[in-house]
Design a binder for this molecule. Sequence first.
Ligand code: EPU
Length: 431
Amino acid sequence: MTKYIIKGGHPLHGEVTISGAKNAAVAILPAALLVDGPCRIENIPQISDVTLLLNILQELGADIRTVNRHTMDIDCTNVHSFHTPYALAHTIRASYYLIGALLGRCGQAEVPMPGGCDFGVRPIDQHLKGFRAMGAEIDNQEGFICANVPGGHLRGANIYMDIVSVGATINIMLAACKAQGMTVIENAAREPHIVDLANFLNSMGANIMGAGTDVIKVRGVDHMAGGSYSIIPDQIEAGTYMAAAAAAGGEVRVCNVIPKHLDCITAKLVEMGVEVEVEDDALVVRRNGPLRPVNVKTLPYPGFPTDMQPQIGVCLALAEGTSVLTESIWDNRFRYVDELKRMGANIQVNNKVAVFDGVKELIGAPISACDLRAGAAMIIAGAAANGITEISAIHHVERGYEDVVGKMRGIGVQIETRDFPDPVEEPAKAG
Ligand code: EPU
């Protein structure tokens, strides 16, 4: 078992370069299934969710060549299967984008029910409602979602989303690219990675308008040719390093970012008394004084992102006073609070609201990364805490953060990975 060991309590200094956006990459890789010919994709983050998706595409018959660490040539011309292998696909959330992409490509898809972080119930009814409106028949067989289009071709439809869903917006866009006629998605999500996916698809010949607004129109095309595309920087990875500088203090330059995507995070940190200097493609985050308490509510973009909720939670745990953090996207995204309490934080959770009474310091302790962003928050807490923090279940973090140890070291965090023997299971006692 590998753990992160952090010796914390020192202000941070240094520079970090942000990788390509995870949640854009996990949509753009399946989108390559719609392209007839090779596409070169640049700025792909090296994370385990991406490795899994590349393996799935290869199993389906895609030809994938590595150009360099972050660039791949992907050619799906010879993809021969619409059945996604269970062992690879059931662990990650983004495998559900294979439904939209395969339906758009060949009118058939068999994909396991998706996995991903555990935040309570994660329905996909809006995705399925969209596919059905476009003519697909869908049922659930032995853990697989089986979809097919009688006649082979999806047709455009008007789809009104009951809730704002990133995944459903992306999945319907994928399915609609090669459908017959126009698809209109109303009440669409507006996250930067939705715009990035639309830009990728358009650069390959799709006809998508309105991405980044709440009405997206997709006019189906017959053919999408290859090309090359570079993925945007990761908004949440950047926000995570900004929060690290805010929680531990010091001065950190966060490079290769799109500052506009970070406005919601920057605004909250400034309200807390953190200085943020905005450059063309970098931010300098500086904190010397105390953190002020603030209220935070997570919302779809351009609101404060739920994927930054645990990281800002660490800052609130150290602020001088009482803050209220309201989660409005997921039912159960406060599991990390118990870990922060082990470090001395004073937090009360009631359903989807957490009240933080800031403490003067956190103290290092053995804690667990309960999911991807909670794991990132635990690293920030370890960096800010006095003493040694030992973080287990780090595979969650590696799903979505490229070289987190190297990058954290680059800004002055004393972090290393250490192997421990796996715990031995106690034999069952008789009686
Ligand atoms: N929802 C439904 N029905 C649906 C789809 C969603 O009720 O068919 C609900 C969800 O239960 C949730 C809300 O709508 O309450 C929003 O869910 P959304 O579909 O937007 O989430 P997602 O697409 O499953 C993506 C990211 C998550 C991020 C959310 C919200 C990917 C692969 N995942 O999930 O990212 O939290 O959007 O921004 O893009 C992460 O990166 O750590 C992560 C969890």
